[in-house]
Design a protein around this ligand. Structure first.
Ligand code: PXG
Length: 471
């Protein structure tokens, strides 16, 4: 390859922002975006990242409070990953793992993941994303029960407001109404129960009582349809895209009990909670539960390469092996060697730099204190956080914690103010969400939370002026 690349100009900043925006609007269809609104408001062009900061094409700096899309766990610009990617591309740029073939990065990563995952979860099926991994899970659960002579045990129970991806099966598992309304979803055989969202749906009982009530909806579904019809339950340890819905402590142990008593496979979708977000390798470890399958993606490579997968229990893997026959499923990029090698390097950094331990014992605690202090703000009804994943519930009435008369506007206004002040934060209706890179330092946490308080002050004035501070 030689050194010719080294003399090239940076990929960014080759064109003025206005030209890039025009080209983008002319040729690029964006995910989860109203293209008409985009045309009037213009896309932000992000050109560079370093640590916890990103820079737009004009050099403006933003603290990335979302770690990209909940994924850049080790932060931006780690050249070690680029070095590994280059080396792997030169050595073996692509090969598949179909037809009795494997390659070193796929093998090394699978065995590393088995060592990090909770005991009993030892076998990895690779995909290119979280959505693909959940597609695999639907097919795998049904194939598993069919292999055991129980093909009718095919229903998968999920939750309203869950997010499991955008493909047909994954969006069906998800509980996002607007997604279901487009294209005739969900697919058959998926049932949604309520989410354990105490602030929004359960404040008339104690959180622990509410957690039990919501878990027992799973039991009711099983009783209604019969355990012989239900194959699995899937959930995120903490719902991310749904608005950082942290379940009451009683919820997960009760869910696990119900799954075990009724012979359901328990799937923890660890796409966001996995790889350190909660201060443990996997979210299920924080809740003391043992899933049969874990969905992984995002933090697996810290977003440096697209990769995902399903880590399955020895019980499932052994059963499929003993029963024999092919699992007729796989992706061209299952175990892509470059993505796998980069993921291994990412895991090495997470481990050697003790990034997850620091989240657990140090920065996560500091963030917890600073975040909960934001709960004092007049515009905030609740400030909740676990590890480095938090939400603020905005309310026009701090006393009653009533929702806004026009839901969603306060969130968008506050988010836009944050961005204008150099902080990327996400609004889920009127919940303000953060999920920063795990390498964030205490002083940067102070910077982040100071920016949030300042933005809330400005938002409160703007909402009041516009007459939107009403329930
Ligand atoms: N499971 C969970 C829990 C996720 O959060 C997926 C699966 C799907 O992963 P892929 O790699 O196919 O995107 C996700 C993805 C948001 C947002 O707005 C969240 C995700 C994706 C895009 C936007 O919060 N999560």
């Amino acid at each position: 390859m030689g050194n010719s690349m080294e003399n090239l100009p940076p990929i960014s900043n080759q064109k003025p922002t206005g030209i890039l925006q025009e080209l983008d609007l002319a040729h690029h269809v964006h995910p989860f975006t109203d293209q008409k609104v985009l045309r009037s408001e213009k896309p932000r062009i992000i050109a560079r990242g370093e640590g916890i900061y990103i820079f737009d094409n004009d050099g403006n700096k933003y603290l990335d409070g979302m770690a990209g899309l909940w994924c850049v766990n080790i932060g931006y610009g780690r050249s070690e990953l680029a070095t590994v990617a280059k080396k792997q591309m030169e050595e073996l740029s692509y090969y598949n793992t179909f037809f009795q073939t494997s390659h070193p990065p796929a093998i090394e990563l699978a065995s590393k993941l088995a060592s990090l995952a909770p005991e009993g979860l030892n076998n990895v099926f690779y995909s290119g994303s979280g959505s693909e991994a959940n597609e695999t899970n639907i097919r795998l659960v049904r194939h598993y029960w069919a292999s055991l002579g129980k093909p009718e045990k095919s229903i998968i129970v999920s939750r309203k407001n869950a997010y499991h991806g955008s493909s047909m099966g994954a969006a069906s598992l998800g509980g996002m109404q607007p997604m279901h309304l487009q294209g005739g979803l969900p697919i058959p055989g998926i049932i949604h129960i309520s989410q354990p969202y105490w602030y929004g749906e359960g404040r008339d009982v104690s959180p622990n009582e509410f957690g039990l009530m919501k878990a027992r909806e799973l039991e009711e579904v099983i009783q209604k349809h019969g355990p012989e019809k239900i194959g699995a339950f899937i959930a995120e340890p903490i719902q991310g895209a749904g608005g950082v819905i942290i379940p009451p402590d009683t919820y997960w142990p009760e869910i696990e009990r119900i799954c075990r008593e009724n012979d359901l496979l328990l799937i923890a979708d660890e796409v966001i909670c996995g790889f350190g977000r909660l201060g443990s390798w996997f979210g299920c470890q924080k809740y003391g539960i043992k899933p049969d399958i874990m969905t992984i993606a995002k933090g697996l490579s810290s977003g440096y390469q697209p990769i995902g997968g399903s880590i399955v229990s020895t019980k499932i893997a052994d059963t499929l092996e003993q029963k024999g026959g092919e699992f007729n499923h796989g992706y061209t990029y299952s175990a892509h060697p470059v993505a796998a090698a980069v993921s291994l390097e990412n895991l090495r950094i997470l481990e050697e730099e003790k990034i997850i331990e620091k989240v657990n014992s140090n920065t996560g605690k500091h963030m917890g204190e600073r975040w909960r202090a934001l709960g004092e703000h007049q515009l905030v009804g609740e400030a909740r956080i676990k590890g480095l994943m938090g939400a603020l519930e905005l309310t026009p009435n701090k006393l009653s914690k009533a929702p806004f008369k026009n839901p969603g506007q306060a969130g968008i206004i506050t988010r836009n103010i944050c961005i204008r002040h150099g902080l990327i934060m996400r609004a889920v209706e009127d919940k303000m969400i953060i999920s920063p890179p795990l390498i964030i330092q205490k002083s940067e946490i102070d910077e982040l939370t100071d920016l949030v308080w300042k933005s809330l002050d400005i938002a409160q004035k703007e909402l009041s002026l516009k007459g939107l501070l009403v329930s």
